[in-house]
Design a protein around this ligand. Structure first.
Ligand code: GCO
Ligand code: MN
Ligand code: MN
Length: 391
């Protein structure tokens, strides 16, 4: 093997405190953690050891909900020291608006005005905390913004409340001079039966209804689009096309299953390959954030293997994407399939009345056009060979 798979700062590989810091609990064993909890500072050290660039957090990953002012200061001091020691940065922060019982029926979209106001307060405090550590992206994942039944919750009201909250927080961002970009993360379900704005595409539509759409983009997550049975790379491409790819959550997931949060590239090699190829080809410069967990079978050595594996697999696919782009035979076939047709040039581009009239009158030979084989079978098998090291 001749290529370098060492993670470097320029790769912008980040993990959340909640990812490598997960103690392996699940909904069937919440009181039986498999791994002992680590302090935020020790999680940073673990990430430093495996070669990550950055660490992200929810407000309460860093500062427990009921911490005293003295405890808060002590945690911040240790965390800051660990960042300095390892050179890790904090590119993104977010608010936990889903773990407390108060959010049982949502946060920004709760029917209860007290809950909505509390959520807003918590988000502002979370933004203050993120800014203290230099975060420039602020993620909003509305895990409980939804319903199991529509009997008393109205999705129109939900959208209105969500919009009001984001408009308020955009103004707060400006008033504090934080310079955050907000990144909205969609998920179709889990923990709610249905979560509002379930896909990246839905989020992109919603953003245009906000007071400051320029401040708000998306944080698409691979597992979430796969839970909805969608093509993740297509969602990412739409976000990129709209200038809204502010962040990305990479992980893996079997289609149509519960939220699995697996190591990037563990399951869906081809989807992961096309995703990495897309990000590298367009020159995405944001974080490559791994929002995933190690298997519950693992101790912390396994957690390190998991974290190293996420980054290694990304770099393997990056190298494969380079090989794909430099594969002359494959590129010739792709070029052939997209070749321009001089006789059609007069019909392309901007509208004119003459062009439209000429095109309406033109006769197409549908059979001749359709009879051309596009050679996608050959190309796709060549891709398989390439990925398996046979080219
Ligand atoms: C999930 C989500 C979360 C969010 C996180 C950051 O399925 O639980 O992906 O991990 O990404 O809360 O906002
Ligand atoms: Mn997720
Ligand atoms: Mn996520």
């Amino acid at each position: 093997m001749s290529f370098d798979l060492t993670p470097k700062p320029e790769h912008k590989f980040t993990f959340g405190l909640w990812t490598v810091g997960s103690t392996g609990t699940d909904q069937f064993a919440t009181t039986f953690p498999i791994r002992a909890g680590k302090s935020p500072a020790d999680i940073v050290r673990l990430l430093g050891e495996v070669g990550a660039y950055g660490v992200n957090f929810h407000d309460n990953d860093l500062i427990p909900l009921d911490a005293t002012p003295a405890e808060t200061e002590a945690i911040k001091k240790d965390f800051r020291a660990a960042l300095k020691e390892t050179g890790l940065v904090v590119p993104m922060a977010t608010t936990n608006l889903f773990s407390s019982q108060i959010f049982k029926d949502g946060a920004f979209t709760s029917n209860d005005p007290k809950v909505r106001a509390y959520a807003l307060q918590k988000a502002m405090r979370g933004m203050d905390l993120g800014a203290e550590f230099g975060a420039k992206v602020y993620v909003f994942w509305g895990g409980r913004e939804g319903a199991e039944t529509d009997v008393a919750k109205d999705p129109l009201e939900g959208l209105k409340h969500f919009r009001e909250a984001l408009n308020f927080l955009c103004e707060y961002n400006n008033s504090q001079g934080y310079g955050y970009k907000f990144a909205l993360e969609a998920k179709p379900n889990e923990p709610r039966g249905d979560i509002y704005l379930p896909t990246t595409g839905a989020m992109l539509g919603f953003i245009e209804t906000l007071d400051h759409p320029e401040m708000v983009g998306v944080n698409p997550e691979m597992a979430h689009e796969h839970m909805a049975g969608l093509n993740f790379m297509h969602a990412v491409a739409q976000a990129w096309d709209a200038g809204k790819l502010f962040h990305i959550d990479l992980n893996d997931q079997n289609y149509a299953r519960f939220d699995q949060d697996w190591r990037f590239g563990q399951q869906s090699w081809k989807q992961s390959f096309f995703l990495v190829k897309f990000l590298e080809d367009v020159g995405y410069t944001g974080s490559r954030h791994f929002d995933a967990h190690a298997f519950r079978t693992e101790d912390y050595e396994g957690v390190k293997e998991f974290a190293r594996g996420c980054m290694r697999t990304y770099l393997i696919f990056k190298e494969k994407a380079r090989q794909f782009n430099e594969d002359k035979e494959l590129q010739a076939l792709i070029a052939e399939s997209k070749a321009e047709d001089k006789s059609m040039e007069k019909f392309s581009g901007k509208f004119s009345a003459e062009k439209a009239a000429e095109l309406k009158a033109f006769t197409f030979d549908r059979n001749a056009i359709a009879s051309r084989g596009l050679r996608y079978e050959k190309m796709d098998q060549m891709l398989t060979d390439l990925m398996m090291g046979l080219r």
